[in-house]
Design a protein around this ligand. Structure first.
Ligand SMILES: [Zn+2]
Length: 277
């Protein structure tokens, strides 16, 4: 696990670190890599779904709630599960914050002009505005509704809510099934998610394909010897899946090489070559 976290998982993609928190938060791509590494197959039974499109049962306001269980199976055996839910009344989906819009250029770049510069309103060029100025009393500015407003486009987000619930369930289950909670937390995952979406969207990650392991000109060792090599948790290499071995190869080969690590690399290459990789 330590090798995998240090060698394969990437900061800001697979996990996010918030200054001041003691543990990084596991993100979806990291959870998927861990699941793949440990040979875990997720299934998502629905616990509850509410889709009240007209708000008839919720005081006139549409309401959506998705609640999933994530079960992780290894070779048909259930090895861990977690739950996750997401609903449209969470404040980040229910509300939007809107700023004053410039009547001239249409951008949300209006600021209050400083008194020493004559007050009024200014379309602030440093925020990308056009520099237009407006009087303190200008109705086209002061009549605008600003601040927290109800998100009237919640219907665009139904699929996002559904995916978010599954994501939360997956991360919870992976943390449990892989003992990764020693390294990661889930608590602030959404916070990070929001932060990063504003800067660089996280691509919807497909489970990562196992890395290529070079198999040409391998100094092979006897297969029995290779398969009897053990991980730090005592698992025999011969019992590990091809993709797990490939991820391990990638993790190990990124480290300063010692005789022991070189032997492990050769063992993986030997096994994969024998499996016809
Ligand atoms: Zn403007």
């Amino acid at each position: 696990m330590k090798d995998f976290v240090g060698g394969v998982l990437k900061s800001k993609v697979d996990f996010g670190v918030i200054p001041g928190s003691d543990k990084p938060s596991l993100l979806k791509p990291g959870a998927e890599k861990l699941a793949s590494f440990f040979g875990l197959r997720p299934v998502f039974p629905i616990v509850e779904t509410i889709k009240d499109w007209t708000g008839v049962d919720h005081g006139g306001e549409p309401f959506f709630n998705f609640h999933y269980k994530c079960q992780l199976y290894r070779n048909g055996e259930l090895v861990g599960e977690g739950i996750g839910s997401c609903n449209s009344w969470e404040s980040k989906y229910r509300y939007r914050s809107s700023n004053r819009v410039c009547p001239t250029c249409g951008k949300e770049t209006i600021i209050k002009g400083k008194e020493e510069f004559g007050g009024g309103w200014l379309c602030y060029a440093k925020k990308g505005g056009c520099g237009a100025k407006f009087k303190d009393s200008d109705k086209s500015i002061i009549d605008q509704v600003t601040g927290k407003t109800k998100n009237v486009d919640i219907f665009d987000q139904v699929n996002t809510l559904d995916k978010m619930a599954q994501k939360r369930a997956l991360i919870a289950a992976v943390l449990i099934a892989t003992n990764a909670s020693d390294y990661f937390t889930q608590d602030i995952e959404d916070f990070i998610d929001v932060e990063y979406h504003e800067v660089e969207p996280i691509p919807v990650a497909q489970p990562e394909l196992a890395p290529e392991v070079p198999l040409d000109d391998v100094a092979e060792m006897p297969l029995e010897l290779a398969e009897s090599e053990k991980t730090s948790k005592g698992q025999l290499y011969g019992t590990l899946s091809t993709s797990t071995l490939s991820f391990m190869y990638k993790a190990i080969s990124g480290k300063p090489q010692t005789d022991e690590l070189q032997r492990k690399l050769t063992a993986i290459q030997t096994i994969l070559k024998h499996r016809g990789g």
